[in-house]
Design a protein. Structure first.
Length: 305
């Protein structure tokens, strides 16, 4: 019998024969006793955890699998004990993140933040022309499952899409081609994972290659963008930005990004919609079925060491 620790109610998961579920929300007062933890072999990490992940995992000597609820595992992988398989939630956040991506593009290009501020002051702004999403060229930088979901949602907006990934494949450019591609696009949506290779990928040279008025949308991780380099371009009024993630994060109240011109910030909320829970529950159900059947788990993350 395999014991699985999850933040979901047992009735939601309908575990197969051979799996015993123990619920743990992540709160300190909800932590199972050590004799229960000693039998845990699979752990679905809660979003909010009261303990360092590595510290708690060390109290589970039989642990074989950790299932994350996030697509990115850059803050998790280093804490996973040796010999434990880490799985991410690839696919779970595609719809929600792609949806926010379209929303941020339209909001930033059409001046929605300015209209919201004017509404608070009961101010009817004078008529002016705004940049349309239609007829723009949008680069999807990090063309994985979320990038594909974003492209599907952009299909009706009359845009041209440029796809970029780490390595070239049919219809997708390699990141080595960025110097030639960046001057041709109007919007860059960043969706790359955070790795040593992508940290500060969006640096001063990257930003300088963009045309005047281009929009940078970051839905990946804050450190993929060099914040100081971005601030310099925003202060000059040359570029626009819509950021769901920042570096640092949370963004301190006195940080200049809050007051940078042509900047829209949302507080890392891309995945937080009603679309997430049914998808993550479906993923966990499938992983539990695979565990019980002795099948290979999906979404395995290569070990970081």
């Amino acid at each position: 019998m395999t014991v699985a620790l999850t933040p979901f109610a047992p009735e939601e998961l309908d575990a197969p024969d051979g799996i015993t579920l123990v619920r743990f929300s992540g709160a300190a007062e909800d932590l199972p006793a050590d004799d229960v933890l000693a039998d845990v072999e699979a752990w679905v990490i809660p979003y909010a955890l009261s303990f360092p992940l590595g510290e708690l995992a060390a109290r589970m000597p039989r642990l074989r699998v950790i299932q994350a609820q996030s697509a990115g595992t850059d803050g998790i992988a280093a804490q996973v004990p040796a010999g434990v398989t880490l799985c991410n939630a690839r696919g779970v956040h595609d719809a929600a993140t792609a949806e926010l991506g379209v929303g941020l593009m339209i909001s930033a290009l059409r001046g929605i933040p300015e209209f919201v501020r004017a509404q608070e002051n009961a101010e009817w702004l004078p008529y002016r022309w705004w940049t349309a999403l239609a007829d723009r060229t949008v680069m999807i930088l990090g063309y994985g499952s979320i990038g594909q979901a974003l492209e599907r949602r952009l299909a009706g907006f009359e845009v041209d899409v440029v796809r970029v990934a780490g390595h070239a494949r049919d219809g997708v450019h390699a990141s080595s081609e960025l110097p030639e591609l960046l001057p041709t696009v109007d919007v860059v949506v960043v969706l790359t994972p955070l790795t040593d290779a992508t940290r500060h990928l969006v640096d001063a040279d990257f930003l300088a290659a963009l045309k005047d008025g281009a929009l940078l949308v970051n839905l990946a991780r804050g450190p993929v963008v060099d914040t100081e380099a971005l601030l310099a371009e925003l202060a000059r009024g040359r570029l626009r930005a819509a950021l769901d993630v920042t570096d640092p994060e949370p963004l301190p109240a006195d940080h200049p990004l809050w007051r940078a011109p042509n900047t829209l910030i949302t507080p890392h909320v891309a995945g937080g919609t009603s679309a997430m829970r049914p998808r993550v529950v479906a993923l966990v159900r499938d992983q539990l079925r695979r565990l019980a059947a002795g099948e290979e788990l999906i979404n395995q993350v290569p070990p970081s060491r």
